[in-house]
Design a protein around this ligand. Structure first.
Ligand SMILES: [Zn+2]
Ligand SMILES: [Zn+2]
Length: 421
C-alpha cells in the first residue's frame, strides 16, 4: 500500500492523503499569511472514494477544486459534516479565499461537489461499491459536531485515520472513546504533540470571572470565535453561568447554531444547547451592531482570528474604550490580527493599525487532543505502523519520541512524500 501525503506533512493545513490512487482521506487547503495553498498535484479522476473526517477547511477546502478538475467519486461523511462543509465552503467562496488562487474555480463547483456526498452513520460498517472487500467505519472523534476518525479495511489491513480528534468531553461534545485492536496502520494528527492543555473546568471558571469583572466595571465583552463548535460551546457555558447581561451572536456562527439545533444527535446535551439558543439574541443587521453597544453585553462573533467578518465592525466601535475587553478563545495563527492583538494589543482595521485600549485575554478552549491524550491513544491501540501528520515539525518529533515503544515503525512524511507499507 502507498500512502501519499499531498498536504499536512510536517505542517498543519491541507490534509489530503491518497491511498493507492484509490482512496482519499480529506481534501483540505492551507491558509497562510501569503495566500492559500492547495494539496500537491495528483490525478483526482482515478479516486474511487473520498472519506471525509470533518468540515474544517483544512480538510475540505480543496473539494470544489478537485470537482472542477474532474473528480466524480462518492464522498462519504456524516450528515453534519456535509451541512457544515456547505456553510464553510460557501463562506470561503464569498470572502474570495479560493478564487484568488484559482480563477477557473466557480461557485457551481461547491454545488456540484456537495451532490457527491453520501451520508454515513457513526459505528456502522459500509462497503465501497467499486472495490471488493473494502469496508469503512466512521467513529465519533469529539473534535467538532459531525467529526470522525475513520477505520478502513482494505487489502486485509486495518487502517485508522484519526482526523482531528479530542478525547476530552466538553460542554458541547462527548470526547472520542473508541477502542480498537489489530490496527496495522494508524495515521494520527499531532497538532498538540509537544504540549498539553490547562484544565478545562479551571479555564471555564477564569473565563466567566473575567467577564463578570468587565461587566461590573461598565464594559462589554467581545468574543471573536470560530463558527463551528467553539461558538456553540461558549454559548452553553455563558447560558449556564449566573451572568445576567444580554448575549449576542453575530456572523456565520448563527447559521451553524441553527444547524446544530436541528441535528441534535450530533451534540452531547441537546437540552443545554436549546437553553443556550433561548438565552442568546441574533444580530441580523449592521444597524443592530451599533445599538447593542449602548448597554453592557457580551458579543460572540466571527472570525475567530479577527481576520474579517462582523468582528471588524465591533473592533472599530470598541477599540478606543478602555472599559471593554477582548477575549480570544482559540489558536491565533501567525500574521493574523488575533496574534497581533496578543503581541502588541493592536490590529489592522481598514488597512490602519489601531490600538485596543481595553483588556485582552486568551483562553485555551482547544478542540484537539493534548499530548497526553495523543500518547494514550497510540499506547492503547499499539499499531504496527504509525504515521504522524497534521502537526508542525517540533510537535511531530516530540510525539514520535514519546510513543517510540508503542508502534513497530514510525513515519513522519513531508508534503508530497509517499509511505510504502
Ligand atoms: Zn479540525
Ligand atoms: Zn485540521
Amino acid at each position: 500500500m502507498q500512502f501519499t501525503f499531498h498536504g499536512a506533512g510536517r505542517e498543519v493545513g491541507r490534509s489530503c492523503i491518497e491511498l493507492d490512487n484509490t482512496f482519499l482521506f480529506d481534501a483540505g487547503l492551507k491558509i497562510t499569511e501569503h495566500g492559500t495553498e492547495f494539496p500537491t498535484n495528483f490525478d483526482h479522476t482515478k479516486i474511487q472514494a473520498v472519506l471525509l473526517s470533518h468540515a474544517h477547511l483544512d480538510h475540505t477546502g480543496a473539494l470544489p477544486l478537485f470537482n472542477h478538475e474532474g473528480m466524480k467519486c462518492p464522498i462519504f461523511t456524516t450528515r453534519m459534516t456535509k451541512l457544515m462543509t456547505q456553510v464553510l465552503l460557501e463562506d470561503s467562496f464569498h470572502i474570495e479565499l479560493i478564487t484568488h488562487i484559482h480563477p477557473a474555480y466557480h461557485e457551481n463547483n461547491i454545488f456540484n461537489v456537495l451532490k457527491h456526498f453520501q451520508d454515513v452513520n457513526y459505528d456502522k460498517e459500509y462497503s465501497v461499491p467499486s472495490i471488493s472487500g473494502a469496508t469503512f467505519q466512521f467513529l465519533d472523534a469529539g473534535h467538532i459536531p459531525g467529526s470522525a476518525s475513520i477505520l478502513l479495511k482494505y487489502k486485509g489491513k486495518n487502517i485508522l485515520y484519526t482526523g482531528d480528534v479530542n478525547q476530552q468531553t466538553t460542554l458541547l461534545l462527548e470526547g472520542a472513546h473508541y477502542a480498537l485492536k489489530n490496527v496495522d496502520v494508524m495515521i494520527t494528527e499531532s497538532t498538540y504533540g509537544d504540549r498539553g492543555h490547562p484544565d478545562r473546568k479551571q479555564t471555564e471558571q477564569r473565563f466567566i470571572s473575567i467577564i463578570e469583572e468587565v461587566l461590573n466595571a461598565g464594559g462589554s465583552v467581545l468574543l471573536p470565535s470560530f463558527a463551528v463548535g467553539r461558538a456553540q460551546e461558549l454559548l452553553i457555558l455563558l447560558s449556564q453561568s449566573k451572568l445576567e447581561c444580554p448575549i449576542y451572536l453575530d456572523g456565520m456562527a448563527k447559521k451553524v447554531m441553527d444547524i446544530c439545533i436541528s441535528n441534535q444527535m450530533f451534540v452531547r446535551d441537546a437540552a443545554a444547547l436549546r437553553r443556550a439558543q433561548k438565552r442568546v439574541r441574533y444580530i441580523t443587521s449592521p444597524m443592530d451592531r451599533k445599538k447593542v453597544l449602548q448597554e453592557n453585553c457580551i458579543i460572540i462573533t466571527t472570525s475567530g482570528m479577527v481576520t474579517g467578518g462582523p468582528v471588524m465592525d465591533y473592533l472599530k466601535m470598541m477599540f478606543f474604550e478602555p472599559k471593554h475587553a477582548l477575549l480570544l478563545t482559540g489558536y491565533q495563527g501567525d500574521g493574523t490580527n488575533g496574534r497581533l492583538l496578543l503581541q502588541e494589543k493592536a490590529a489592522f482595521v481598514d488597512g490602519k493599525k489601531v490600538r485596543w485600549e481595553g483588556r485582552i485575554e486568551q483562553f485555551d478552549f482547544s478542540a484537539h487532543a493534548g499530548q497526553p491524550d495523543l500518547i494514550g491513544a497510540v499506547q492503547r491501540i499499539r499499531p504496527t505502523h504509525l504515521i504522524i501528520n497534521h502537526g508542525d515539525e517540533i510537535a511531530m518529533e516530540t510525539l514520535a519520541q514519546q510513543v517510540k515503544g508503542f508502534a513497530k515503525k514510525i513515519y513522519m512524511p513531508q508534503v508530497d512524500e509517499t509511505v510504502e507499507i
